[in-house]
Design a protein around this ligand. Sequence first.
Ligand code: RIB
Length: 307
Amino acid sequence: MVGRVGVIGSCMMDLVTYVERMPEAGETLVAPRFAMGFGGKGANQAVAAALLGSEVMMVAKIGGDPFGESTAANFRAHRIDCRFVEKVAGVSNGVAPIFVEPSGENRILIIKGANDHLRPADIDRAEADLVACDLILLQLEIPLETIYHAVALAARAGRAVLLNPAPANPALDLARLRGVTFLVPNQSELRILTNRPTETPAQAEAAARMLLASGIGHVIVTLGAAGALWVSASGTKPIPAVAVAAVDTTGAGDAFIGSFAHYYARSRDIAESLRWASRYAADAITRPGTQKSFADAARFAAFCAGL
Ligand code: RIB
């Protein structure tokens, strides 16, 4: 069965500089390499699900500039339904300068550009198609009002919705997330959301439990090299990581969520979908770039066969 995934989210052009180390204030350093690639948490998650074989629709705003044009072409190349991807004239596409250190660690700046123009009315226009999806994905690179509107729409329609609260936004109102099926933060996003320590798995679990009390179905905390923790009313389940040599971790979270969406949309099996997501994210971090590092179904099958 082919699942249908709806993504309401951001598009960025990633400008990636690979550094030996970050410069100090006032210092100029030579960096060994630069690369450009398609990014944005929404677009990344959409592309991961599409590469694995889901039917994917995207609701987004792109810039009225060459980056916007090439972003739309990239969606078409991945057979993503972009009838609800609209260009904003006179506004730049989202852009993300990214710095990656030799360890694979990254630092990201985002200039939201057109992404800030995605409004509740845009969600309403796509409603009939969105409620036909098996799972709707949201992240925080678009206005919060649009997020709340989409959550309410999905809840009314009884659709599963996943919110990735990234990048962390302390203004996010938990009371307006009632009805979110899956909340997928990393440890620092969870700390900011709950104002609790989240360094150890036990702390992360306690913080995640607080969120269940605000009407969220499942909290899945991503723990980087330590895997993930799935916390729900029926208990807590650790999801093991797959050990690999990391080259670039920039797209790891999006690879995890996009692949989880793909497997969940067709199976509704949360535990199994999380195990696939953990493997898919591990494979992605062995290559540089964000979307560029994501495997299609055949390449991912080959990675899994080698485990
Ligand atoms: O999650 C990684 C993404 O965050 C990058 O592609 C960048 O565009 C930012 O949105």
